[in-house]
Write a protein that binds this ligand. Structure first.
Ligand code: ATP
Ligand code: MG
Length: 332
């Protein structure tokens, strides 16, 4: 058996005259948690759907555990569990009934079904909710049920499309723990998409950044941060109306500012601490109120900003729509 769970070669998907995926090459190693990171409309779901065989590529090839997706779609498909972007639990059914339906769908032999359901409930930490209606579950519980459901046929690879979008921090952390567990204990390779930079940073062994259908960066979180060649980042948040004036002050002290939704950022350079002193002095001389000032090591946010010139999301988690028709594409 080879080293890779998924191999993608020169993958292209065109919808009429829109190229949603534009020549992606990517190899997902067995046993890793890989995060495909990108803003709305970047081509994440389209890529996943081609790996699942739900969409036919315009060109390019996909191998799942060495099996050519095009030549042998069923064999390839059998290796994969999927958690889609939309919630698909049946609210009128209990947790157990939801799993039962899915188990039958995947032809789990009747004599093994109960064991398989027990395993899924335990994995999702929902054993005590076995007979509760899924409609009464929190968003996080529904997601956990979906994740464990997708593992009932014991796939070696799990694909998740934005598993934590819309979840609060606590539920998000639970899903992360669940995914780590699945990865370590069940030895399942995970390929997930996300719009959350912090999630990619904390959860994923490697990250691929996709923008306008192209893979623009690939590496471990540490590698990506190092790659942008910035040792530190100075960040000042202030009222939106004040941001242009804050940026002027950045320029005055010799920094190269970028104005984001609610803050101004700039690479700190070697004299970052000194620059901060100068900034504070100038800001107070100009009577500009600020909310917060910080000096930090580059984050995946900074990597994304450097590579694409835009934010994935602003601080409130809302998508920043400064990318023309992209991002407006399909409302959510
Ligand atoms: N079936 C389709 N027909 C036409 N265009 C499509 C179709 N599916 C996706 N697209 C377009 O392809 C582009 C990529 O979409 P995709 O759903 O892959 O993005 P995404 O990265 O998953 O975004 P999101 O974060 O919103 O889920 C978008 O511009 C989208 O509007
Ligand atoms: Mg999507």
């Amino acid at each position: 058996m080879g080293e890779y769970a998924i191999e993608i070669e020169s993958l292209v998907k065109k919808f009429d005259n829109l190229t949603a995926v534009n020549g992606v090459n990517l190899k997902i190693k067995k046993g890793e948690i890989f995060g495909l990171l990108g803003p709305n409309g970047a081509g994440k779901s389209t890529t996943l759907n081609m790996i699942l065989g739900l969409l036919e590529p315009t060109s390019g090839r996909i191998f799942v555990n060495g099996t050519d997706m095009h030549k042998n779609p069923l064999a390839a498909r059998n290796e994969i569990g999927i958690v889609t972007q939309e919630t698909v639990v049946e609210p009128e059914l209990t947790a157990e009934q939801n799993l039962m339906i899915f188990g039958r769908l995947y032809h789990i032999p009747p004599q093994e079904l109960k064991k398989s359901i027990d395993f899924a409930l335990q994995l999702a930490d929902l054993t005590s909710f076995r007979n509760a209606y899924a409609g009464t579950f929190s968003g996080g519980m529904k997601r956990r049920l979906e994740v464990s459901k997708s593992l009932m046929h014991a796939p070696q690879i799990l694909l998740l499309d934005e598993p934590t979008t819309g979840l609060d921090v606590q539920n998000r952390t639970q899903i992360w723990n669940l995914l780590r567990d699945i990865n370590k204990k069940q030895n399942v390779t995970i390929l997930m998409t996300t719009q959350y930079l912090e999630e990619a940073d904390q959860l994923c062994d490697r990250i691929g950044i996709i923008d306008h259908g192209k893979l623009i960066a690939l590496g471990t979180p540490a590698e990506l941060k190092q790659k942008i060649g910035v040792s530190s980042v100075i960040e000042i948040s202030a009222d939106k109306a004040d941001l242009p004036r804050v940026a002027e002050v950045f320029k005055k002290v010799g920094l190269e500012p970028k104005i984001l939704t609610n803050k101004v950022v700039a690479p700190g350079g070697s004299a970052a601490t000194k620059k901060i002193e100068m900034l504070v002095k100038e800001l107070s001389a100009h009577k500009i109120d600020i909310h917060n000032i910080s000096l930090h090591e580059p984050t995946i946010d900074d990597v994304f900003l450097k590579l694409t010139g835009s934010e994935v999301r602003d601080a409130t988690g809302e998508y920043v729509s400064n990318r023309g028709s992209f991002g407006m594409g399909r409302g959510r």
